[in-house]
Each structure stands twice: as structure tokens, then as C-alpha cells.
Design a protein around this ligand. Structure first.
Ligand SMILES: CC(C)(COP(=O)(O)OP(=O)(O)OC[C@H]1O[C@@H](n2cnc3c(N)ncnc32)[C@H](O)[C@@H]1OP(=O)(O)O)[C@@H](O)C(=O)NCCC(=O)NCCS
Length: 321
């Protein structure tokens, strides 16, 4: 049996930090409101020269170093990003060129939003599992600061920028045990970024994230609860088998509800939300990399990863690290 094993992780965060106190001077909000309702204290904001591509490159190089492989070993590059460098060529193709390689498959997942990393991980897992490919680079990279309306307090306090990456490699040791992907277009208006090229539009309006926060909150809690049940049942495992929850970082109250669902203490949840906000498709690999690098997540631990976002789209993975 061949598994996709996580060989290495990496991440990148821009230097500039925007605190809740900075936001108090920009929109009608308070540090207390943001902390109480979301759990976020600060977020990183990309400088003018930083893009999804430059951040993806940094995270990818770190992940490859941790995996002890070179760019020439990579068979597949997937970049999940809502904020791509261009419509095309894909950010993944641009990264391939920066890494000095050519020929391997490379593409972006642009519209799976905050669930993008889960979709990317699952796609890469299929190729490795069926022995078509040996090494895959899966990256989430986002400059959310460029698609939020900085005059809209209901969204601008939530998001941040950054990139996270994993290198997956074929192994006969258990790695990714299962992945589970879902979507429901009936909820297309709950969270959207309406800019597109195939239809006339009011560009000014379309350029910013639109969100019905409280509806999304309730949907997320229900959807993720079912997703955990599905993931554990598929592997014939009890909740107690999970050592770590590595969740999408949208709201601390959603994360707390998920930890409760799994009977996991908060010390067993990889949380970066306080310092990074919601970095969309980058949030899961960023949280994973932090917990791996500071030694909390150890080889052999059972990890449950979950993500959800615009679409709605959502997904999970159960992984023996
Ligand atoms: C966005 C979110 C934090 C809002 O929290 P909430 O408790 O649901 O709050 P509501 O949206 O009901 O708004 C409550 C009040 O706070 C106000 N408010 C919204 N943003 C505010 C801010 N930044 N500062 C102060 N007040 C704010 C609202 O205008 C509303 O005022 P009103 O009662 O006078 O109308 C929460 O719904 C959430 O996190 N949802 C999920 C979002 C998510 O997961 N997004 C990413 C998915 S990838």
C-alpha cells in the first residue's frame, strides 16, 4: 500500500503586523469586540512587493528543505489561492519557473477559497496513492489584505496574509489515511468574492469579499461536526484516536466548538488565529508548520485537518504524521 506522507512543512508571514488597536483607528470597532467575537489580536499584512507567488516561494523552499528534497524531485505543484498572481499563467507555473524546474504538473486552485488547501491536499494524495507521482508540493498562499474592503468593519478585522506549504512523498508508512471533500452551491451568497472575467460587473463592488458572518458561523459549526463524524467513521476510529486538530482559522468560537466535538483540550488544537487572523487557504498549513516546528506535533501523531470556505466548500484529512 502506498501512502502520501508529509515529508516537510514550511511557512512565510509578512513582517508588517496590524493590531486590533491599529484597526480601532481605521473603522468603528474595538479591540475588545474583535477579541471577544473572533479571538483575533493581530494579523500580518503583505508589503507592496509581496504577493501570493513570493510568499509561496518562501514557504515552498522551507518545506523542501525540511523534507530534504530539491525542486528537481517535485512531480506536482498545487497552489491554493484566492488571490493569484494573475488569471493565467497559474501562480504554480510561475513558482515552477522561480524554482528553476520545468515539466512537472503545476496548477492553481483559485475558487475553493478557504477550503483550497484541503482540496489541494486531497488531489495530490490521489496521484501519490495511485503511484502516478512521488513528490508533491501543496501550498496555500494568500494576500487577503488586497481583497478586503478596509472601510467594512464586518470583514476587514478578520483576515490576514501569509503562506504555508507541505511536501508530500510516496511512502509505504501510513501518512494521509483519508480525505473528504464536499461543496454546496446553494450557499453561494453567504461568502463570495464576485470579481470574474466572464461577465460584465461593477468592478468596484466585486473586488471585495462579501460575507453574511452569522449565517456562515452556524453553517460551519454544523458542517464541520458532520465532517468529523464522516472522517472518523471512514477510518473506523473513535474520537480518542485523534491527537491533534489542525483547523481552518476563521473564528475561535468555531474552533472551540470543534475541539469540544472531538473531546480535545485546547492544548491539542493548532491555533494561530490570535496572531495571524484568517489567512484563507494558507491557514491550515501555517498552523501545521508552527506546531511541527515548535515540536508540539510529533512523528506518529494522528492529525485531523479541516477547512471550509466560499462555495460553500469544505474538506478534511486524517493523517498519521
Ligand atoms: C463575523 C463574525 C465574527 C461576527 O460575529 P457575530 O457575533 O456573528 O456578530 P454579528 O455579525 O451578528 O454582528 C453583531 C453586531 O456587531 C456589529 N459588528 C460587526 N463587525 C464589527 C466590528 N468589527 N466591530 C464592532 N462591531 C461589529 C454588527 O454590525 C452587529 O451590529 P448590530 O447588532 O447593531 O447590527 C462571526 O459571525 C463569524 O466569525 N462568522 C464566521 C465567519 C467566517 O467563518 N468567515 C470565514 C470563512 S472562510
Amino acid at each position: 500500500m502506498t501512502y502520501a506522507h508529509i515529508l516537510g512543512t514550511g511557512s512565510y508571514l509578512p513582517e508588517k503586523i496590524l493590531t486590533n488597536f491599529d484597526l480601532e483607528k481605521m473603522v468603528e470597532t474595538t479591540n475588545d469586540w474583535i477579541v471577544e467575537r473572533t479571538g483575533i489580536h493581530k494579523r500580518h499584512i503583505a508589503a507592496a512587493h509581496e504577493t501570493a507567488l513570493t510568499m509561496a516561494e518562501q514557504a515552498a523552499r522551507q518545506a523542501m528543505a525540511a523534507a530534504n528534497i530539491t525542486p528537481a524531485d517535485i512531480d506536482l505543484i498545487i497552489i491554493a489561492t484566492t488571490t493569484p498572481e494573475k488569471m493565467f499563467p497559474s501562480t504554480a507555473c510561475l513558482l515552477q519557473q522561480k524554482l528553476g524546474i520545468s515539466g512537472c504538473a503545476a496548477f492553481d486552485l483559485n475558487s475553493t477559497a478557504c477550503a483550497g488547501f484541503m482540496y489541494g491536499l486531497s488531489i495530490a494524495d490521489q496521484f501519490i496513492r495511485n503511484k502516478t507521482m512521488k513528490h508533491a508540493l501543496v501550498i496555500g498562499s494568500e494576500v487577503m489584505s488586497r481583497v478586503v474592503d478596509w472601510n467594512d468593519r464586518t470583514t476587514c478585522v478578520l483576515f490576514g496574509d501569509g503562506a504555508g506549504a507541505v511536501v508530500l512523498g510516496a511512502s509505504d508508512k501510513p501518512g494521509i489515511l483519508s480525505t473528504h471533500l464536499h461543496a454546496d452551491g446553494n450557499y453561494k451568497d453567504v461568502l463570495s468574492l464576485n470579481v470574474g472575467l466572464g461577465k460584465p460587473m461593477d468592478v468596484e463592488q466585486a473586488l471585495f469579499i462579501q460575507m453574511t458572518g452569522n449565517q456562515l458561523f452556524k453553517l460551519a459549526v454544523n458542517i464541520l461536526g458532520d465532517l468529523f463524524d464522516e472522517t472518523l467513521t471512514a477510518n473506523r476510529l473513535e474520537k480518542s484516536a485523534v491527537d491533534w486538530l489542525v483547523p481552518h482559522q476563521a473564528n475561535i468560537r468555531i474552533i472551540l466548538a470543534m475541539a469540544k466535538k472531538l473531546n480535545l483540550p485546547l492544548e491539542r488544537v493548532a491555533i494561530t488565529l490570535e496572531e495571524q487572523g484568517n489567512t484563507s487557504s494558507a491557514s491550515i498549513p501555517l498552523a501545521l508548520d508552527k506546531a511541527v516546528r515548535d515540536g508540539r506535533i510529533k512523528r506518529g501523531d494522528m492529525l485531523l485537518l479541516e477547512g471550509f470556505g466560499g462555495g460553500l466548500a469544505w474538506g478534511s484529512a486524517l493523517i498519521q504524521y
